[in-house]
Write a protein that binds this ligand. Structure first.
Ligand code: AMP
Length: 408
């Protein structure tokens, strides 16, 4: 990673603000249903605790739209963090994320304590990237660490503003995400294979175009496949198609052919009379999707074809489910790909909300090399785009900065 890393700057006995992405799922009673994103930041927090820093955590949660809303309080997050760090570490929650009260609370912290500031999005300045809000946050710390990979595609005050006022660097999670991605997509062990699924070609077209320059094979499943089939004149019944993308897809297939990239499409499908789990289903070859039926998963022959295409891969990049996997009747293709990927010897990077959900549900998350914690940020990288939250951090080649004297 070309950006300054937490180990490059002096954090010992400093007040260190860590931007995390603790936008965790909550159930109706406000209990955290998946704490992966909190656990993923523990290396950064533990490093800072070892350095006897005051650890000031900032994050957003949900969409409170710039207003205080107890539903989106970081209270459950602070509680979970306390549990994960153990009783030896004091974790407290501040009532706000800026202001004199918070400042005083930070002054009174002991080195080695953790303070979680309340939801950044309770202030409109966060999402508006208001420089005065960023400056207020920066005024609470000596050093700023960016570890919110999942939010790095957003130009919010805590993502691109705070680091213009105080020395900044990437945390362990951010570095791991970027390094893994670089290794898998931009400098992969070959053959490198992309497995892409999901609903809409229009959402993923930039990704396919970018990966067509870098991959050896691209396997396309999910509803996206139907636009590719229709572009070749094949009937797809009532399956999801984007007619506006037909020319784009044709062009992409031509380019892939010219560049020698092998594009794989499913050869059979699970079709249903309508989009209903209880509807009658059957497996048909790709040329035989009945006119009034809808294809909702890849079939067994496609699973075999894709599994074989992954066999010699040294690197696999996966985003998007192979079918409407939320319903058991249409989930087999996706889970078969989970099996194919976890049983391969390739280095595998998986990302995008639905795809990591499939791994979690299958209980096989620990069998894959790396599951990205970012949805939108991961997709942006797959598109070949730059992440503002990373770009705004200081470059490594510039002289390593040391933290300024503590303002609090
Ligand atoms: P995306 O967010 O673009 O990755 O799309 C994920 C969604 O695509 C999931 O909710 C799936 O149910 C849906 N999906 C995948 N394959 C199909 C299909 N054949 N027909 C309808 N929806 C699908």
């Amino acid at each position: 990673m070309r950006k300054l890393f937490i180990k490059d700057i002096d954090v010992r006995k400093k007040s260190v603000m860590v931007r995390t992405d603790y936008n965790v799922p909550l159930d109706e009673e406000g209990n955290i249903t998946d704490d992966t994103r909190i656990r993923a930041t523990l290396p950064t927090i533990n490093y800072l605790l070892d350095e006897e820093a005051k650890v000031i955590i900032v994050s957003h949660l949900g969409r409170p739209d710039g207003k205080v809303n107890p539903k989106y309080s970081l209270k459950p997050v602070a509680r979970r963090l306390q549990r994960l760090l153990g009783e030896k570490v004091k974790v407290a929650l501040a009532e706000d994320c800026i202001g004199p009260k918070v400042k005083k609370q930070i002054e009174e912290m002991h080195y080695g304590d953790v303070l979680v500031l309340e939801n950044l999005r309770f202030h409109p300045g966060e999402e508006k990237n208001d420089p005065s809000f960023a400056k207020e946050l920066a005024g609470l710390c000596d050093v700023f660490i960016q570890d919110a990979f999942g939010n790095c595609h957003r130009k919010h005050a805590s993502m691109i503003g705070v680091d213009s006022f105080v020395p900044s660097a990437a945390g362990f999670l951010l570095k791991k995400e970027i390094d893994y991605f670089e290794k898998a997509v931009n400098n992969p062990m070959r053959p490198v294979v992309a497995l892409l699924g999901g609903a809409k070609v229009s959402d993923k077209i930039k990704i396919i175009e970018n990966l067509a320059k870098k991959m050896d094979k691209i396997l396309i499943g999910g509803a996206m496949a139907f636009t590719f089939l229709k572009a070749q004149g094949i009937g797809v019944g009532k399956s999801l198609v984007e007619d506006s993308m037909l020319d784009v897809v044709k062009n992409l297939m031509d380019i892939s052919r010219k560049n020698g990239i092998k594009l794989y499409l499913p050869v059979d499908f699970v079709v249903a009379e309508n989009f209903d789990e209880r509807a009658e289903t059957k497996v048909v070859p790709f040329q035989e999707i009945p006119e009034k039926w809808i294809a909702l998963d890849i079939g067994p022959a496609s699973t075999k074809l894709f599994t074989e295409a992954l066999q010699d891969a040294k690197t696999i990049v996966w985003n998007g489910p192979m079918g409407a996997f939320e319903f058991d009747a249409f989930s087999r293709g996706t889970y078969a790909m989970v099996d194919a990927v976890t049983s391969s010897h390739a280095s595998t990077i998986v990302g995008g909300g639905d795809t990591d959900m499939a791994f979690h549900k299958s209980g096989k998350s620990h069998e894959v090399s790396f599951i990205s914690t970012g949805g939108g940020a991961f997709l942006k990288l797959l598109e070949g785009g730059e992440l503002p939250g990373v770009a705004s951090l200081s470059d490594r080649r510039k002289s390593v900065r040391t933290a300024s004297p503590s303002p609090v």
